[in-house]
Write a protein that binds this ligand. Structure first.
Ligand code: KG4
Ligand code: ZN
Length: 333
């Protein structure tokens, strides 16, 4: 009997549904919500209402694309958290009703663990133990991964997340939300001519709020002198900001590798799509003798394929959830 997992991801603004059969991805569809651009960030209430609109047509499209009949599904997987509560409620209840109506098991998945397990969707796969830098819009974590469900956070941000730093810096420069991908694109034509401070945080933790304030003051000062400063220096500003965020991330990654002795290094989460980070990691790998694992772009930002992959491992261990499971905005690792 084939193991066919249908997974639902709805932790933030994107609705995503994937189908994985015997560990082979049959489809991974995402409905983006562009409406948040108008507000400069995700509006939770709007996000949950959009999930409600997107989820049923997305399920139909997924089944069609994967050429799977509902009767062939072995289990329904969903993101339990962490994330926006209203968004999670839509996914959790949709998953529950599907599982109930099809009389099949329900599998809850931890969103941040799934970002890491996205590495097992495709070859090459990291070998245990590996070190994963998980960088998203809400989290920045250094995780020692000993097994599919044996993970320990050894460092994390004490304030903003790396993705948040990209998005907030972008907002200050008048860029649309989410600014991370835009900064990445503009930085390609710029040079890191502006120097932004490096935070002094002890141990393996990160901080990005000082950088955010430094960028704000710098822009205010320059704009007072020349109102066209941002417009005329946008590419260089993007490259300068991106280079600093990347250098902060890499410094701690190097420190974590030295501290743990682990040289199998992976990155995950939305910010792992950043070309500056991807290139810098490959360069650093030569220096440090690392084996690096960089996910396919489509598995970096939020997607249901990673939820399906995480659920596949749980299915093998028969780790099912009961129908009274509830979403969790915050979740321990
Ligand atoms: O993992 P993700 O899709 O959602 C969360 O779980 O938060 O990450 C979203 C974050 C946003 O902050 C977005 O700006 C950032 O990832 N991001 C990027 C890039 N693509 C997405 N940041 C920098 N460069 C990119 N290419
Ligand atoms: Zn995410």
């Amino acid at each position: 009997m084939k193991i066919t997992i249908l997974a639902i991801e709805s932790s933030c603004d994107d609705t995503s549904i994937a189908i994985l059969r015997d560990n082979i991805l049959l489809c991974n569809l995402t409905a983006n919500q562009t409406i948040h651009k108008e507000y400069g960030g995700v509006v939770p209430e709007v996000a949950s209402r959009k999930h409600l609109i997107h989820i049923v047509p997305l399920l139909d499209r997924a089944l069609k694309e994967a050429q799977v009949d509902k009767s062939e599904i072995s289990a329904i997987a969903f993101t339990k958290g962490p994330g926006l509560l209203g968004s999670l409620i839509v996914g959790v209840n949709f998953a529950k009703s599907l599982a109930l109506s099809l009389s099949i098991p329900l599998i809850e998945v931890h969103h941040m663990k799934a970002h890491i397990l996205a590495h097992f969707i495709e070859d090459p796969m990291p070998r245990f133990p590996f070190l994963c830098l998980t960088v998203s819009g809400g989290h920045t974590q250094l995780v020692v991964v000993e097994g599919y469900d044996d993970m320990e956070v050894i460092g994390e941000t004490i304030d903003d997340a790396a993705g948040e730093a990209f998005d907030k810096a972008g907002k200050m420069m008048g860029l649309d939300y989410p600014a991370g991908p835009l900064i990445d694109r503009l930085a390609k034509n710029g040079n890191a001519v502006f120097s932004f401070p490096e935070p002094k945080v002890p141990g393996l933790n990160f901080s990005f709020s000082g950088l955010k304030t430094a960028i704000l003051y710098f822009l205010q000062k320059e704009m007072k002198k020349d109102a066209t400063f941002i417009k005329n220096n946008l590419n260089d500003l993007c490259q300068s900001i991106q280079s600093r965020i990347v250098s902060i991330l890499l410094k701690k990654l190097i420190q974590a590798s030295k501290q743990t002795g682990i040289k199998e290094i992976a990155i995950a989460g939305g910010v792992s799509a950043n070309s500056g980070l991807r290139t810098a990691l490959i360069e650093e790998a030569k220096e440090q003798g690392w084996e690096v694992y960089i996910p396919h772009i489509s598995h970096c930002t939020d997607n249901a394929a990673m939820i399906a992959q995480a659920a596949h491992f749980k299915y093998l261990k028969k780790e099912f959830s009961s129908l009274d499971v509830t979403p969790a905005a915050r979740m321990e690792f």
